[in-house]
Design a protein around this ligand. Structure first.
Ligand SMILES: *Cc1c(COP(=O)(O)O)cnc(C)c1O
Length: 432
């Protein structure tokens, strides 16, 4: 990030022209054109900072769905075995791009189901509690769906969630959870802990956890480690295989721009993928394709090796097609370049907020760029709802979480430095 100091002309570089200059030199600027940007009533584009909630639609999405609709109309059941993109193996098209995105071998990932469903399926296999080692570690505050899933798994195994859940919290007066504190917990109580299940990036504060360090600490305490990458996939670089993570799950409609309710992702480390003895909920799509179509002649489930062996049903093609189309953009842009721009966007946003909106908001996302992704969360000191309405009226789309947190995520694929400038400008205006 270029330091913000007056330039040779004496102009203060946090003005609009500086934002426009940053956009002009952005190597990824052409990608914005590849997305549909929602419009304001006057036809101008909104400032869309809600990619952490629902990413925007790539312009290639409609054609990707239409192609499969056309094939269905033209071929009926034969579409399963058509020449290009046969439906019986359609999910395999997503394997390599997904593997690149989360740092996995292609056989370690599968596009299937939705996120919370995958989290349950993974816990069926990887949460195998004993009386002495049955606790599950989560972060404060975890996304409610994850908390419900974990509590229901604890109850399912006969444990009381009040006793079975260990919630790691920030220290008093702080907003981020310290890695040291997670490590300390695992040293002190690791023997009681069956599973460490954290978000890669926390949905509320935007904190990016030190996933490799936490995974290493969890493993050395003998715990299973799983990450929910809902806010991390497509947002920050991830290396699940090398970090030794046992399993991970994520959704595809946030930073991955796969569309509402898009098919989610799942990672199973190679250490487990070939183990046919692991408990799992089985279905025919997880069965070895060599025998899958022997149907009732094959009553014994033979899991396909790798993450594919956790699939249950044949996948929804019309919800997979948009994910495949969107992943192609990630391959084209590359996570390294995206991350670089993302760090500059959030750095610029924090600088501007400090200069223009100090007193109105307090940033709770870590200042350290390695400890955050695209999202900046801020406490709004007063009148949060009024300020949010004023932002909406100014064409800014961001969101609000009770009681007083504003979340805004400049996304490197389609947001600009000028978007950031407009956001802070609109927020600063709510002061008057
Ligand atoms: C978005 C999100 C969810 C949503 O779950 P679905 O099963 O996709 O509805 C769950 N957990 C986390 C951490 C999320 O960010």
């Amino acid at each position: 990030m270029t330091p913000i100091t007056p330039d040779a002309t004496g102009q203060t570089p946090h003005d609009e022209s500086h934002a426009l200059a940053l956009d002009a030199s952005d190597p990824l600027r052409r990608f914005r054109e590849r997305f549909h940007i929602p419009k304001r009533p006057d036809g101008s584009p909104v400032t869309y900072f809600a990619g952490h909630s629902l990413g925007l639609q790539p312009k290639t999405t409609a054609a990707a769905i239409q192609r499969e609709l056309n094939d269905w109309a033209a071929m009926g059941v034969d579409g399963h075995f058509k020449k290009e993109t046969p439906w019986y193996s359609y999910h395999e098209l997503l394997r390599e791009p997904l593997a690149r995105l989360v740092g996995a071998h292609p056989d370690e990932v599968a596009a299937m189901n939705s996120l919370t469903v995958n989290l349950h399926l993974m816990m069926v296999t990887f949460y195998r509690p004993t009386r002495d080692r049955h606790k599950i570690v989560m972060e404060d505050a975890a996304f409610p769906s994850d908390t419900y899933a974990v509590k229901s798994q604890l109850r399912y195994h006969g444990f009381d969630p009040a006793d079975g859940m260990i919630v790691v919290k920030p220290r008093p007066g702080e907003f981020a959870i310290r890695t040291d504190d997670v490590e300390q917990l695992l040293r002190d109580r690791g023997h009681e802990i069956a599973l460490v299940m954290l978000g890669g990036v926390n949905y509320f504060t935007g904190q990016l956890f030190d996933m490799p360090r936490i995974a290493a600490a969890a493993k050395s305490a003998g715990c299973v480690v799983g990450y929910d990458l809902a806010h991390a996939a497509g947002n920050v670089p991830v290396a699940l295989h090398d970090w030794g993570v046992d399993f991970a799950v994520w959704c595809s409609y946030k930073y991955l721009n796969g569309g509402p309710g898009a098919v989610a992702g799942c990672f199973v480390h190679r250490d487990h993928g070939a183990n046919a003895d692991l408990h799992r909920f089985a279905g025919w799509w997880g069965n070895d394709p060599k025998t899958r179509f022997r149907m009732h002649l094959q009553p014994e489930f033979v899991p396909r090796p790798g993450a594919d062996g956790w699939q249950i049903s044949n996948p929804p093609i019309f919800s997979l097609a948009p994910v495949a189309a969107s992943l192609a953009l990630f391959d084209e842009a590359g996570m390294v370049a995206l991350r670089d721009k993302s760090r500059r966007l959030t750095g610029y946003m924090c600088d501007l907020l400090d200069r223009r909106a100090d007193g109105v908001v307090r940033i709770i996302t870590p200042r350290e760029p390695d400890a955050r992704g695209c999202q900046i969360s801020m406490l709004v000191n007063d009148h949060p709802r009024e300020r949010l309405s004023a932002l909406h009226a100014a064409g800014v789309v961001c969101d609000f979480r009770e009681p007083n947190v504003l979340r805004a995520a400049p996304v490197p694929l389609y947001n600009t430095f000028h978007d950031v400038w407009r956001f802070v400008q609109a927020l600063a205006r709510t002061i008057q």
